[in-house]
Design a protein around this ligand. Sequence first.
Ligand SMILES: [Zn+2]
Length: 158
Amino acid sequence: MSSQSEIVLTKVPVPLVAGFQWSVGELMEKFIKALADRKIWGVKCPECGYVYVPPRWRCGKCYAKLGEENLTELSGKGILLSYATAYVELDGAGSFKDLSEPKPIGAIKLEGADSTLFMPLGEVKPEELKEGMKVEVVWREEPKGELADIKYFKPAKR
Ligand SMILES: [Zn+2]
């Protein structure tokens, strides 16, 4: 006697909530909180003098340990080293969609810093961008101590 079994697959929706958090480290936390006061902190290596923004806990050049005592305030002004313009963005479904307007992104070296920040650029057309141009930070109206407090960088007024 033979029996046949049948497998029936049933789709059962299961709500899934994945929460996570991670520590950004003491110096990065100070950097983020200071944005609420429209301040940009970097960290200066006591051994080789290299200035990082955002701050980090160990120097990538000489491996010296960096701490709160090495924090240094930077102006929101800098130089545009290079840039790229995005014309598409991820659509959330594994593909791309066209942006309503191009979004330029800049590699910026803040005055007094040695490292490079990658930030969106605003109030400027992609064709007006030039390597070496002066740029300055534009804060969101009511900074809250979040990375999003820096809206973008724009060409600096002379
Ligand atoms: Zn160093």
